[in-house]
Design a protein around this ligand. Structure first.
Ligand SMILES: C[S@@+](CC[C@H](N)C(=O)[O-])C[C@H]1O[C@@H](n2cnc3c(N)ncnc32)[C@H](O)[C@@H]1O
Length: 220
């Protein structure tokens, strides 16, 4: 992964007040934020349910990276036998502690592009709201390849859809952005290069919102 972008991103999430905001008002401070959060939870739950069903009824070990302030921990803990959480930013890791509502292993500080786990450690790796932070295919591929290394079977990831109204509006306004949308085709190519095949895709608001969720399965 390009080191400078990686360092810049980590620093932006370690800046003072950011983890507090993410744990608090970011997802509850406005009606729009609350609605987006609810929709994201619903779509993630649907894809987890689908993966569990295809796995014979249950998911065993799940990795949540980046866990942020632990927003998805309660859902993941309810959906899997064992949940591990990791994030590159120390203040996020501290905020995520205890967010699953059960005594669990403490979240780890680690980069999604260099995870401290053996190959095939997890049944499913959950990677939400990270890939759109990278402009370069090589940066996204480094993360996808690492997810494929530590997952025995599934990855549930999000990315930003270049064919959405929000992405179009960003292009038209021409503002400098630190969030990068891509085509579904480009995403499929990048995940295929990491050894994943797409199994299910859901949108938060198809055609409008940039957020896409994809359930990927490792090829045999
Ligand atoms: C938009 S937040 C998403 C957090 C969580 N998945 C959620 O949706 O609430 C992005 C997170 O990615 C983390 N992050 C940035 N670069 C990372 C990397 N290379 N590896 C792991 N985490 C990273 C940040 O610290 C931040 O917590």
């Amino acid at each position: 992964m390009a080191e400078s972008r990686s360092r810049e991103l980590r620093a932006s999430y370690e800046a003072e007040g950011v983890a507090e905001h993410y744990a608090g008002g970011r997802w509850s401070g406005s009606r729009h934020a609350r609605r987006t959060h609810r929709k994201e939870l619903r779509q993630v739950a649907r894809l987890l349910g689908w993966a569990a069903e295809a796995s014979g009824g249950a998911l065993g070990a799940v990795l949540d990276v980046p866990c942020g302030a632990g927003r998805f921990q309660p859902l993941l803990v309810a959906s899997a036998g064992r949940v591990t959480a990791a994030d590159v930013a120390r203040p996020m890791v501290e905020r995520a502690r205890g967010s699953g509502g059960i005594p669990a292993a403490p979240p780890l500080q680690a980069s999604a592009a260099a995870l401290p786990f053996a190959a095939d450690s997890f049944d499913l790796v959950f990677c939400f709201r990270l890939l759109h932070h990278f402009a370069q295919p090589a940066e996204r591929q480094a993360v996808l390849a690492e997810l494929a290394r530590v997952s025995r079977r599934w990855a549930l990831v999000s990315y930003f859809d270049a064919a959405s109204f929000q992405a179009w509006r960003h292009r038209v306004r021409g503002r400098r952005t630190v969030r990068f949308a891509q085509s579904n085709r480009a995403f499929d190519q990048e995940s295929a290069a990491a050894g994943f095949a797409p199994r299910r895709r859901l949108w938060v608001a198809r055609g409008i919102s940039e957020q896409v969720l994809a359930l990927l399965e490792r090829g045999s």
